[in-house]
Design a protein around this ligand. Structure first.
Ligand code: PMP
Length: 444
């Protein structure tokens, strides 16, 4: 009997060790971590350079409260991140996770507005489906009913626009008109809400768990930037999943000409070595806040030296091993091979992604885009089949959380050709078993 209650469905094997892309349970069974945990372990497990940097920091000090001391680790990591950001985004605030990073970005935006005479601006527009975290403030901007519904009386739901799911709407994502079509929904929403009341637009550059690696249609991101600028709305990029090289560039938004005003990061930054997140803001937003008494915000563990030492070593590894380039290259290969699996398995209705943030979606019928019946619990069943075969992948029910199943395939950015073969073989064998079971049940 466990005293933990993380999951409703039964207990999982107990983890023993992890190295590179592999993990072992206490019975000695080996798993290939095909989802980097929850898209976290970007540089793989137990990287020796990161462990060494952490040991060094541990021997010096594991905690210094940010209002009592500066630490070398947080200073160096802040400088490193500022150098990797678009020009002007050079003020860094550390936190311990993605939800905290999102909250920090929203609150900085609001305090900037208040201190610059724009106190009427407070609404943050985001997308549905979309995921930005599980704390109450982050839930208010999350468009995913199964996670938000029970808590609605306790929070203020923020306005949402539809995520640009061209593949479901039968539109061509390569046609610039499609990008404009979805981006213009932002402008319509700003106008409907009243431009003077809108503070920010919060967006995942490539959709994560809620949409399953949704790549924006051509022209979308650039148009979004234009619209935000026109209406004095801040553009906040949620790079919690896409940051730290996952999509083949250091930031997901680096793929487009859509400079954010604020970036929030987490997952791949601590890469599973330590809980770490960061909010990085344009100097122009931070200066007036600091001039008028400072940012009314901060978590106890902000800038924890051990977490920052780990983060610095992680970013150094990303650079030294050329992991952004490897993610781009292996990601292209993976997409091609997932498309090959789609030819083979009728139940795959769509394949998408950028770099090593890739996904496929199950459909009962490719033409009508009809999802598999929700009662089949298809996404969880596929994950369980793959897990039994020693391949870990991540899944969600998409299409607003009621039906439609996608599987995220997001291995660590260190994957080699041989690892990729193993992943695709695992997927192929799992898809064969899954298809057989699903067709048998659908016929019954
Ligand atoms: N934003 C995005 C895009 C995410 O994917 C997540 C986590 N899945 C979060 C925010 C929240 O991060 P955390 O779970 O670390 O609080």
């Amino acid at each position: 009997m466990s005293n933990l209650f993380y999951q409703a469905q039964g207990r999982k094997p107990t983890l023993d060790q992890s190295r590179g892309v592999y993990m072992w349970d206490q019975d000695g069974k080996r798993y290939l971590d095909g989802s980097s945990g929850a898209m976290v372990c970007n540089i793989g497990h137990s990287n020796e350079n990161v462990l060494t940097a952490m040991r060094r920091q541990m021997e010096k000090s594991t905690f210094g409260y940010r209002l009592h001391f500066e630490t070398e680790a947080s200073e160096h990591l802040a400088t490193k991140l500022a150098n990797l950001m678009p020009e002007g985004l050079n003020k860094v605030f550390f936190v311990s996770g993605g939800s905290e990073a999102v909250e920090t970005g929203l609150k900085l935006a609001r305090q900037y507005a208040v201190t610059t005479g724009q106190g009427s601006r407070w609404k943050v527009i985001s997308r549905a489906p979309g995921y930005h975290g599980c704390s109450l403030g982050a839930l208010a901007v999350t468009g995913y009913a199964p996670l938000t519904a029970p808590f609605e009386p306790m929070m203020r739901q923020m306005p949402k626009i539809p995520a640009p799911r061209a593949y479901l709407d039968g539109l061509d994502a390569d046609d610039p008109a499609t990008g404009l079509h979805y981006a213009d929904m932002l402008e319509q929403k700003i106008l409907a809400e009243g431009p003077d009341s809108v503070l920010a637009f919060l967006v995942e550059p490539v959709g994560g768990a809620s949409t399953g690696a949704l790549v924006p249609p051509r022209g979308y991101m650039e148009r979004i930037r234009e619209i935000c600028t026109r209406h004095g709305v801040l553009l906040i990029m949620d790079e919690v999943m896409t940051g730290a090289g996952r999509t083949g560039k250091f930031l997901g938004s680096d793929h487009w000409l859509a400079r954010p005003d604020i970036v929030v990061m987490s997952k791949g930054l601590g890469a599973g070595y330590m809980p770490l997140g960061a909010m990085i803001a344009d100097d122009r937003l931070v200066a007036p806040v600091l001039d008028q008494g400072g940012f009314a915000h901060g978590f106890t563990y902000a800038g924890n030296p051990l977490a920052c030492a780990a983060g610095l070593a992680v970013v150094n590894e990303i650079e030294m091993q050329g992991l952004c380039a490897n993610a781009a290259e292996q990601g292209d290969r993976l997409l091609a091979r997932l498309n090959g699996l789609m030819q083979k398995y009728e139940l795959i209705g769509d394949v998408r992604g950028k770099g090593l943030l890739t996904a496929f979606e199950f459909m009962a019928d490719r033409n009508s885009k009809a999802p598999l019946p929700a009662g089949l619990n298809a996404h969880q069943r596929f994950v369980d089949i793959a897990y039994a075969k020693g391949l870990i992948v991540y899944s969600r029910r998409t299409r607003d959380g009621t039906h439609g199943d996608h599987i995220l395939v997001c291995p660590p950015l260190i994957v080699s050709d041989a690892h990729m073969d193993e992943i695709v073989e695992g997927l192929d064998a799992s898809l064969a078993q899954f298809s057989h079971e699903i067709y048998t049940e659908l016929k019954a």
